[in-house]
Design a protein around this ligand. Sequence first.
Ligand code: HGY
Ligand code: MN
Ligand code: MN
Length: 421
Amino acid sequence: MTDAATLHDKLHARLAQFARFGGTPEGGVHRPEATEANRDARRAFVEWLKAAGLEVRIDGIGNIFGLAALAGPDAPWVMTGSHLDSQPYGGRLDGTYGVLASTLAVETLVARHGAQRPAAVNFAVVSWTNEEGARYQPSVLGSQAYAGVFDYGWALDRVDGDGVRLRDALDAIGFLGTDMPAPRPAAFLELHIECGPLLERAGHRLGVFDRWWGCRKIELRFLGIPAHTGPTPMAERRDALVAAAELIGAVNALQHAFPDGALHCSVGRCAVKPNSPNVVPSEATLFVELRSPDPGVIADAHDRMQDAARAAADRQQVALEIRRDELRPAGRFSTDLQALAYAVAEGLGQSPMRLDTIAAHDAVPLARLCPSLVVATPSIGGICHAPDEDTAPEDLNLGFDLLYGMLERVLSHGLDGARNL
Ligand code: HGY
Ligand code: MN
Ligand code: MN
C-alpha cells in the first residue's frame, strides 16, 4: 500500500522527469505544441499510461486518453487531466502538473481498487492538444474539438507562424491519432496552478474556481507598402508597424475606460513583414486579447478597439484586415463539483478560497459536455507563463491530495453520493 508521502515522492519524481522535456536553463520549459520536446513528453505520458494498465487512445487531433473501465462500459466516466504543451519559454507546471497529478491519482486508485470492491465510475485521464494557443490559435483547441465547438478537420488545418498545419506537425511527431476519443464524460476535473497572486496574498493553499472570465481574441493585420527606410520621403511612407504601435498603446489604454480591474487587455504578439531594419514594414499582424467577467465590458472594449484600429490605419494611410475574431463567453463551473471539492478540502484541514479564473483551461470547453471544475494551488509571486513559474512543493502535494480525495470518493460513491458523505 503506498502512503501519502510515497505518492508525493512519485509526483515530484514525475514533475522532475517532465521538466526535462524542453527544459530551459532558467528552470522553465520550452514545449510548444507538436515540437520535439512536446513529442518526448507525449511519449513519456503514453508509456506511463500503458505501465499503469490503462487503455491508451490518441484521437484525430492528438488528444491522449488513458481509460480505466473499472465499473463497466455502461457506467459513467469521470475524466481528469490538463495539457502538456507549454508557452514559449514558459513554466514547468502550467498544464503538466494537472496531467501528472491526474495520472498518478488514477494509477493509484486503479492499483488499490481490488476487483472485489464495486466501482461506481470509470476513469479517463487526458492530455489535451494545444491548450496554450501559443503555436496554434485558438487556444484550448484539442478540448474544443472534442467538445464539438470546432470540427476536427478545421482545427487540424490551423497553421502556425511559419505556415505549418497542425495536422502536419502532429503527423511529424507521430501523434496524428486515429482512435475514437474517450467516451463522453459525466464530469471533468482539472488541477492547475492558479496562474495569479490571489491565493498567496490571501494566505490560502487551495483555490476552487467558480467562474471563468470571458475572452475575446482578435487577430488583425495592417497592410502598408514596403520601401527603403533611407531615401523614401517620410510623407510618402505607408508604415504598417507605426499603425500597429498606435493600436498597441490604444489597447492598453482601454483598461482606463472601465472600472479598475474590470478589463484585462493586451497585445501579446506582433508579427512584422518583411521585418528588415531598412525596409518600411508592409505588414504588421497583432494578436489582441480582451478579458472580463462582464460581457458588456468585452463588447464595449471590442468596439473601442475596432475604432482605434481604423483610426490608426487612416492616420498611417494603410489598410486594415480582421483575420480572426473569437469570443469565449464567461461562464460558471459546476456547483456540485465545487461542493465536493470543499468537502474533501475540509477533510484535509483546508478551507479553499473561491476564485475566478481569468486564464483559460480545458475545463471550460468541457463544461459544454458535463459538470466541470478546476481546483488550484498557489503560484509563487503569481508568476505564470514564465520560466520562474513555481509552487511550493507542499502545496503541490496538497493539490494532489485534493484531487485524489475527490476521485477516490466518486469511485466508491458515484458523483451524487460523493458530495453527501
Ligand atoms: O489563454 C489562456 O488563458 C491559457 O493560459 N492558454
Ligand atoms: Mn494551463
Ligand atoms: Mn497557460
